[in-house]
Write a protein that binds this ligand. Structure first.
Ligand SMILES: Cc1cc2nc3c(=O)[nH]c(=O)nc-3n(C[C@H](O)[C@H](O)[C@H](O)COP(=O)(O)OP(=O)(O)OC[C@H]3O[C@@H](n4cnc5c(N)ncnc54)[C@H](O)[C@@H]3O)c2cc1C
Length: 393
C-alpha cells in the first residue's frame, strides 16, 4: 500500500513520470494517488525526498466463497454478436454444470436489446444489459468502468472474454482493477474437481509446452480465449432473465473519441468461419502463387490462409495468418501448401476435420497430423487440383 507524505513533496514530478499506470498525479503541488494505482512501488523508488512510502503489505485476499457464477463479456458490432461470444457461452455452460452455478452475459453498447435473447439461446441464464449511447462504439474507459462496477456488485467467480482486439484491450484493465490473474489465449478451461478452481491451459515457451495456470487466491478468475477454440451451444427453447443496468456517462471518458472507423485491408477475411481453408507457406516461393491458392479456395468455396513465414515475407496480409499468433481455425477441410508444420502453426489448425498436406519433403512435420499427403512440388500439384476441379464443375 502506497502512502503519500505531501509535506515532504517538492513537486519534482519524478513519481508521475515513473508510473506506468497513471496511478499518481500532481494536483497543483500536492501528489495524489488515482484509482489506477497498482501499489507497484515504482514511485517510491524514484522519490528522492521520502515523500512516498510503501507499507509493502499486499491487499488481503478476497473472501473467495462470496464469488459465484460464470460471466462472459459479450462483444458485438452494429448489433452483430462476435462468434467468440457464443463459443465462450458454450464453454461457460459446461463449466457451470460442474460448479452448479449460473451463466451470465454482459452486453455493453447501444441499441442492442434484441441481442439479449440470442445470448440466452446461446447459453446465458442472465444478461446484464448496459445500453447507452456513450457505450458505442467501443472505448476502453467507459466499458471498463461499466463492467467493473457490475463485477464489483455481483462478484462473479469466473469472467471469460474473447481474445479479440476489444477483449485484449479490456481484459487486462479489468484484471488490474481487481488485482486478479488473467490467462490470455487459453486453449483449455476445466474446473479442478478438488478445489473448484478454474484450470486455464495455454501454450507457453513459444508453444513448446502447455501450461496450466490457476488463480488460486484472487477473484474473479479471468481468461481470454481466441475465436474458434471453443464450441458454441444453441438451444432455441432456453429462457433467461435480462437485467437492465443503470449506466452513467463520465466526462473523463471523452478524453478518447472515435472520429472515424477505417477497415484494415484484409479485415474482411473470416477464416474462423470458413468451411475450407487453403493455406500457403514459405514453400510457395513467392507472392504470385497465392493467386493459385485463391483460385483453388474459390473452387472449394473456401478462403486463403497462410503461415507466419509467408506473412513475414510480405506475400499476404496478417489477417490470413493461422497459428499461435494468428487465427485459430476449425474448418472441415484444411489444405496446407508448402507449410512445414511448426508447432506454432499446428496450434491454430490441428482441429480441422480433414487435413491435406502438399509438401515436397516426405518427412515434413505436418505429415504427422495430416490425413492425406500429396508429396511433390506445390506449383505442380495445385494447378493439377484446379484443373481437375474445373473439369468436374
Ligand atoms: C512465438 C512464435 C509464434 C509463432 N506463431 C506462428 C503462427 O501463428 N503461425 C505460423 O504459421 N507460424 C508461427 N510461428 C513461426 C513458426 O515457428 C514457423 O517458423 C513457421 O510456421 C514456418 O512457416 P512455413 O511452414 O511456411 O515455412 P518453413 O518452415 O520454411 O516450411 C516450408 C515448407 O515448404 C516445403 N516446400 C518448399 N518448397 C516446396 C515446394 N516447391 N513444393 C512443396 N513444398 C515445398 C518445405 O519442405 C517445408 O516443409 C511462430 C513462431 C514463434 C517463435
Amino acid at each position: 500500500m502506497i502512502t503519500l507524505l505531501p509535506e515532504k513533496c517538492i513537486a519534482c514530478s519524478l513519481c508521475v513520470k515513473a508510473c506506468l499506470f497513471s496511478g499518481i498525479r500532481l494536483d497543483g503541488k500536492i501528489p495524489v494517488l488515482t484509482e489506477y494505482c497498482t501499489g507497484c512501488g515504482a514511485c517510491v523508488e524514484v522519490c528522492r525526498v521520502g515523500a512516498i512510502v510503501s507499507e509493502g503489505k499486499p491487499a488481503p485476499p478476497p473472501d473467495l466463497g462470496s464469488y459465484r457464477d460464470i460471466w462472459v463479456i459479450a462483444e458485438q458490432q452494429d448489433t452483430i454478436v462476435h462468434p467468440v461470444t457464443f463459443e465462450l457461452l458454450g464453454k461457460a455452460r459446461e463449466l457451470a454444470q460442474t460448479r452448479a452455478c449460473r451463466v451470465a452475459a454482459v452486453l455493453a453498447g447501444s441499441g442492442m436489446g434484441a441481442i439479449s435473447q440470442a445470448l440466452i439461446q446461446g447459453g446465458a441464464d442472465v444478461v446484464y444489459l448496459a445500453d447507452a449511447p456513450f457505450l458505442y462504439p467501443y472505448r476502453t474507459r467507459p466499458h471498463e468502468r461499466t463492467i467493473a462496477a457490475l463485477i464489483e456488485q455481483h462478484k462473479p467467480e469466473i469472467v471469460l472474454i474473447g481474445a479479440t482486439c476489444m477483449g485484449r484491450d479490456l481484459a487486462p484493465r479489468l484484471a488490474n482493477r481487481f488485482k486478479t490473474g488473467l490467462t490470455a489465449d487459453c486453449t483449455g478451461l476445466v474446473i479442478d474437481s478438488q478445489d473448484g478452481c478454474l484450470l486455464q491451459t495455454r501454450p507457453a515457451f513459444g508453444g513448446n509446452i502447455m501450461a496450466t495456470i490457476v488463480t488460486a487466491h484472487h477473484r474473479p478468475q479471468m481468461a481470454t480465449v481466441r475465436p474458434g477454440v471453443m464450441q458454441a451451444f444453441q438451444d432455441e427453447g432456453r429462457t433467461g432473465t435480462v437485467v437492465t443496468v443503470e449506466t452513467v456517462a463520465d466526462a473523463a471518458d471523452d478524453c478518447v473519441q472515435v472520429l472515424k472507423t477505417i477497415a484494415k485491408p484484409g479485415s474482411g477475411v473470416q477464416l474462423e468461419k470458413a468451411p475450407v481453408i487453403v493455406s500457403g507457406g514459405r514453400g510457395l516461393q513467392g507472392p504470385d502463387n497465392f493467386k493459385l491458392l485463391g483460385e483453388l479456395a474459390e473452387l472449394l468455396s473456401g478462403q486463403v490462409g497462410a503461415s507466419r513465414a509467408a506473412v513475414e515475407l510480405g506475400w499476404i496480409e496478417h489477417p490470413h495468418q493461422v497459428g499461435q499468433t494468428g487465427k485459430t481455425v476449425k474448418p472441415r477441410l484444411y489444405i496446407a501448401c508448402g507449410i512445414s508444420g511448426a508447432i506454432q502453426h499446428l496450434a491454430g489448425m490441428q482441429q480441422a476435420d480433414v487435413i491435406v498436406a502438399i509438401n515436397r519433403d516426405p518427412y515434413a512435420p505436418i505429415l504427422k497430423i495430416a490425413h492425406f499427403a500429396l508429396i511433390g512440388d506445390v506449383q505442380k500439384i495445385v494447378p493439377e487440383l484446379i484443373a481437375q476441379l474445373k473439369a468436374q464443375h
